[in-house]
Write a protein that binds this ligand. Structure first.
Ligand code: KG4
Ligand code: ZN
Length: 339
């Protein structure tokens, strides 16, 4: 089956073409992304109107580019998928409407994909098989622990009560005067810092359950900044690397401890990490170490599949198509879609 997938839930316009058969590794024939990061950087975050306008501008050239890279033409595509939620309404509408139009014109099925399911299943694109496991999605919008029995059979174990992990990276980076998106900037800056220089809180570690909270940590960084430099609240140059390393360590420790605890609770021996924050090398190393210690297998998405992309949407779409599912053309987007 050849599937063309669109992703436009936030600030990345993405198009992918995948070929796949049930139980076989999915082949990514093309995965194109028009990033809007530079555009939104001047505002310190994503501006919805700017995002949707740029999805409209980029979508058609990207589809043509993807077809050319994959070496296929539109008539060969068997199904069309697009993210229908969660995300920004005006952004979701562009990709979902375009995919429906292409499906209608070609007389082929349309598959509405859940962005979170795209992330969740992304570590398994290479194998094509999703075994029972514990999934942790850590992105800019979500921090979600799910017990996965099989594709489509998910049980939520925990989520963040306030900021998502990536959101905390982005907000703390902004406080520190680092550009958007903050995650990669904090990781880079933390490289030369000491992770025990500041003792930041590890929220909800002692509480039962598997929920997270990162807003207290964000406030602790803010207090530290204003204590050390009351006039401007900005970090002294000497502090920057230590602050980043200590903040990053606090986020990672909570994620690792709670995820391992959830794996033990649910009896899963496989943990899969996905989402933009799972690109973080210190986080990947911490999970590798903890999983090795506990005799748990770790599945990581390849770096190109961690941040928003259309290949993960295509894989989720392929699995739904293999199960004989498709979506109605009059179905709506859902900015608050959950799993
Ligand atoms: O999955 P994603 O591309 O978009 C959402 O669905 O939200 O994740 C983006 C998030 C941003 O908050 C960004 O700062 C964070 O992932 N991120 C990172 C790193 N790379 C991206 N966080 C920590 N370390 C990184 N290296
Ligand atoms: Zn995402």
């Amino acid at each position: 089956m050849l599937l063309l997938a669109l992703e436009s839930s936030c600030d990345e316009t993405a198009v992918a073409i995948l070929s796949g058969e049930p139980g076989q590794p999915a082949r990514i024939l093309a995965s194109e992304i028009a990033s809007q990061i530079e555009l939104h950087r001047q505002y310190g975050g994503v501006v919805p109107e700017v995002a949707s306008r740029n999805h409209s501008l980029h979508l058609r050239p990207l589809v043509e580019q993807a077809l050319a890279h994959a070496g296929v033409n539109m008539r060969q595509i068997d199904a069309f998928a697009a993210t229908s939620g969660p995300g920004l309404a005006s952004s979701l509408l562009i990709g979902a409407t375009a995919a429906k139009a292409m499906a209608a014109a070609a007389g082929k099925p349309f598959i509405a994909a859940n962005h979170l399911e795209g992330h969740l299943l992304s570590p398994f694109v290479d194998t094509g098989i999703v075994p029972p496991h514990l999934g942790l999605i850590v992105s800019g919008g979500h921090t979600l622990l799910l017990d996965v029995e099989a594709p489509g059979a998910y049980r939520k174990l925990g989520s963040t009560r306030d900021d998502a992990a990536g959101e905390a990276f982005d907000k703390v980076a902004k406080m520190l005067g680092l550009p958007y998106p903050g995650g990669p900037e904090i990781e880079r800056t933390a490289h030369d810092g000491r992770c025990d220089a500041f003792s930041f809180p590890r929220s909800m570690m002692k509480e039962p359950g598997f929920d997270f909270s990162f807003s207290g940590l964000k406030t602790a960084v803010l207090y530290t900044l204003s204590e050390r430099n009351p006039e401007t609240g900005t970090p002294l140059p000497d502090d920057l690397a230590d602050l980043c390393a200590s903040f990053q360590e606090a986020v990672i420790e909570v994620l690792v401890v709670k995820t391992i605890r959830a794996a033990k609770h649910s009896g899963r021996r496989l943990i899969a990490l996905s989402g933009g924050v799972s690109l973080n090398k210190t986080l990947r190393a911490a999970f590798e170490k903890a999983c090795h210690r506990e005799g748990i297998t770790l599945a990581l998405a390849t770096p190109g599949l961690c941040t928003d992309n259309a290949a993960m949407i295509g894989f989720a779409g392929l699995l739904r198509a293999f199960a004989g599912e498709s979506s109605p053309l009059d179905g709506d987007i859902d900015p608050n879609l959950t799993l």
